[in-house]
Design a protein around this ligand. Structure first.
Ligand code: GLN
Length: 294
């Protein structure tokens, strides 16, 4: 017997999903409806228009409605889709791992620019999450890249994303405080990190979608600076002379982090703006030699 079919077209279903999302007051009902339907039809959202006449199966109808309902209840679209892209590559995401953000392109772009001239660099990405930073660096460079992640849930996504992207990244499930001893002094060309940087008390005020994201990936302690302080203190000895550190920053955090870096012996401390003009990343170079020679 043939599987039951419907007579509902993609276009009709798109309108239905839009209504579900609009009634719930979601920010971008038309865009989210397209993303959901495209995912269910395994096509690119920008090709959906070519498939408006396609008759959907009842499975596709049901699945798209249940995804729209999840989105309507406030879950981020990225988790509903289970997949999100960053700098041209796809990553699996879901509750338990921070969603890749375009903000992080600033950090990755500058890190790449700083390290390109170093032959076969050794790089560590701390608080790696879904692995977007480590994986992009590994794919763009001939490098040895380590990715450190403490959360078991996030680590599962990290491993899956390494495989999905066929990236040569060594994933380490550990607390950054513990695994630092496994790295030799003066052994790294670059330390890169998008650490948790939101002040603990500010998390509740962030938009509804962010409340679905793991607190562990957001909470930077009372001041927001816990991880910058920890990483600079514990990991700086692991950098080679002339090595680079590169951090993503929260809004307004540049001056404080720049001072931490300066006090720890870093020079050439530079901040980089995102498209909104917020200083979103900082890079600095480490070296006794550099400091002494001015
Ligand atoms: N950019 C994230 C936010 O503003 C925070 C990510 C982080 O703490 N590293 O929600």
């Amino acid at each position: 017997m043939m599987a039951p079919t419907s007579s509902t077209t993609a276009l009709a279903q798109l309108r239905k999903l839009e209504i579900i999302l609009a009634h719930a007051g979601t920010e971008n009902p038309a865009g989210d409806a397209r993303e959901i339907l495209a995912a269910v039809m395994s096509c690119q959202p920008n090709l959906l228009r070519l498939k408006y006449e396609t008759i959907l199966s009842s499975e596709q109808l049901d699945r798209s409605v249940s995804m729209a309902k999840r989105r309507a209840s406030g879950e981020p679209i990225q988790y509903v889709l289970g997949m999100w892209s960053f700098m041209g590559r796809d990553y699996k995401v879901g509750q338990g791992v921070l969603i890749p953000r375009d903000d992080t392109e600033v950090l990755v772009g500058e890190a790449l620019r700083m390290i390109r001239s170093v032959p076969r660099p050794r790089i560590v990405d701390l608080c790696s999450g879904s692995g977007i930073i480590a994986i992009t660096l590994a794919k763009e460079l001939d490098a040895t890249v380590y990715a450190v992640e403490k959360s078991g849930e996030a680590f599962a996504y990290l491993k899956e994303n390494i495989t999905l992207n066929q990236a040569d990244v060594k994933a380490i499930r550990a607390d950054i405080k513990d695994c630092v001893v496994d790295f030799g002094d003066c052994s790294l060309d670059m330390i890169v990190s998008n650490p948790p940087y939101i002040r603990s008390n500010d998390i509740a005020d962030l938009q509804n979608e962010v409340q679905y994201e793991p607190r562990l990936a957001l909470d930077g302690g009372e001041s927001g600076y816990d991880f910058y302080e920890l990483i600079i203190r514990l990991w700086t000895p692991k950098l080679k002379d002339g090595g680079t550190i590169a951090f993503e920053l929260g809004e307004g955090q540049f001056d404080y982090v720049a001072n931490l870096l300066k006090a720890a012996g870093y020079t050439n401390i530079i901040g980089y703006p995102d498209i909104q003009g917020i200083t979103r990343a900082v890079t600095a170079e480490y070296g006794e030699r550099l400091t002494k020679n001015g």
